[in-house]
Design a protein around this ligand. Structure first.
Ligand code: GLU
Length: 488
């Protein structure tokens, strides 16, 4: 290109004079060095493709748009990412598996559910991410979760790729035997796609230690191999200390790091924790340890507001109610009369209460723009996400425009998968670390994720935004590895 251009410059000078020659040189320069596309154009171009290819997948498009919004400026600055078409490759899953899950209920009726595993990225390690059993599960939800997982796992700095799976099966109201028969049927198909060096599922909503036990038992029977093909196992047979606590504790460690950076702490703060499942339970427990007061928790029916604080004993009641009795949080107010129950409704949600700190630990898109505005207007200091993508795009925007310290899920809730990574290490070495050792490593990982977010945001002049910082730091590690591994 340059040689042809040089000849044409000399030829033109000789035959048409100086001005024409300069014009031809200008053409040459613009041909060989096309202008760098702006971040806005990079984002538009990739989102046009993502929107067209995934028209019926709103959650997935929401998750991608949020990341692209942050990383387009990185791609603008580094030609190597554009040349390698990193964004176009990153938004396309390596593999999506869908399968039928037939099973017998207790009345001997045949039931049929849908099962999936989204193997999104194996750049940094075996696909890694949980299984979710919930009626709301569909391919859009699983692709968003798997996509988030790529960057979240990258932030942990452990060798973990990104994946997610699950089923529209609803464990609520099912007997243990029904859950077991469902898990066995699910694993008969999934088993051929996973393994300790290929894909290592774990739990998520609706999949806890009971389900992981049934899934692991069936996997072992099919492969005749006892190895770390799943994480979140019970401690007595290969699980890690602190795995149940990890996500909830990790969220609070992250919040603590955000506050410390501002010479503040959780001590004495009032906190709202949405949800009452695994993440919410241990977030609340760790908040109590740090001297905070938890004034509200919830489930899908509504929330309980206890101005006196949900202390250790009351939290133990909630945990028993949810994990053992598998009952509703509403019954709390019958036992603790000073508390009130607020049913979920148009204008009612846990986010209409007032507190110093808010921890959304229930599910995606649980916090909408009006909730975010209410939190900002009532002077919330910190919002730190335990659930995956709990704020809508509009709510995120409100929080990012405000002075609130805002910890996004892919950074703040990475503690769960981080300890899953530690469980994989322990399984490979056939040993088990003490709870203190795992907790120490978890704290270190959360602090290093916090610092990586701040450093990335500073490098790109993004005003210490944890949202942009998390996206950029997570993205760069994956993107550089993708370049090094060639076009795969
Ligand atoms: N489901 C959890 C998450 O959203 C944990 C995944 C894992 O441990 O693999 O990060």
């Amino acid at each position: 290109m340059r040689r042809i251009g040089a000849i044409s410059f000399c030829d033109t000078l000789a035959t048409h004079g100086r001005l024409a020659a300069i014009c031809s040189l200008y053409n040459l320069c613009t041909m060989s060095n096309p202008p760098t596309p702006t971040a806005a154009r990079i984002a538009d171009e990739i989102m046009n493709v993502v929107d067209a290819h995934n028209a019926n997948e709103p959650e997935f498009r929401q998750a991608v748009a949020e990341v692209i919004d942050s990383v387009a400026s990185v791609v603008e600055r580094h030609k190597k990412y554009r040349d390698a078409k990193i964004l176009a490759r990153l938004v396309e899953p390596e593999r999506v598996i869908q399968f039928r899950v037939p099973w017998f209920d207790d009345e001997n009726n045949v039931q049929v559910n849908r099962g999936w595993r989204v193997q999104f990225s194996s750049t940094l390690g075996p696909y890694k991410g949980g299984l979710r059993f919930h009626p709301s599960v569909n391919i859009s939800v699983l692709k968003f979760l798997a996509f988030e997982q790529i960057l979240k796992n990258s932030l942990t700095t452990l060798p973990l790729g990104g994946g997610k799976g699950g089923s529209d099966f609803d464990p609520k109201g099912k007997s243990d035997n029904e859950v077991m028969r469902f898990c066995e049927s699910f694993m008969i198909e999934l088993a051929r796609h996973i393994g300790p060096d290929t894909d290592v599922p774990a739990g998520d909503i609706g999949v806890g230690v009971r389900e992981i036990g049934f899934l692991f038992g069936q996997y072992k029977r099919l492969h005749n191999k006892w190895h770390g093909s799943l994480t979140g196992k019970a401690f007595g047979w290969g699980g890690s200390h602190m795995r149940p606590e990890a996500t909830g504790y990790g969220v609070v460690y992250f919040a603590d790091a955000m506050l410390k950076r501002n010479d503040d702490s959780l001590e004495g703060k009032t906190c709202i924790v949405s949800g009452s499942g695994n993440v919410a339970q241990f977030a609340a427990a760790q908040l109590l340890k740090q001297g905070a007061t938890v004034v509200a928790m919830s489930d899908s029916g509504g929330c309980i507001h206890d101005k006196d604080g949900i202390d250790k004993e009351k939290l133990a009641w909630i945990i028993e109610q949810k994990n053992v009795k598998r009952g509703r949080i509403k019954e709390y107010v019958e036992r603790y009369k000073q508390a009130e129950f607020i049913e979920n409704g148009e204008d009612n949600s846990i986010w209409k209460l007032k507190a110093d700190c808010a921890f959304p630990c229930a599910t995606q898109n649980e916090l909408v723009a009006a909730d975010a505005k209410h939190l900002v207007n009532t002077d919330v200091k910190l919002v730190c996400e335990g659930a995956n993508m709990p704020a809508t795009a509009e709510a995120m925007h409100v929080l990012m425009e405000s002075d609130v310290l805002y910890g996004p899920s892919k950074a703040a809730n990475a503690g769960g998968v981080a300890v899953s990574g530690l469980e994989m290490m322990q399984n490979s070495m056939r040993l088990s670390w003490s709870a203190e050792e795992v907790d120490r490593r978890l704290r270190e990982i959360m602090k290093s994720i916090h610092d990586a977010c701040i450093n990335a945001a500073e490098e790109y002049d993004l005003n210490a935004s944890y949202v942009h910082g998390a996206n950029i730091a997570g993205f760069k590690r994956v993107a550089d590895a993708m370049i090094e591994q060639g076009v795969v």
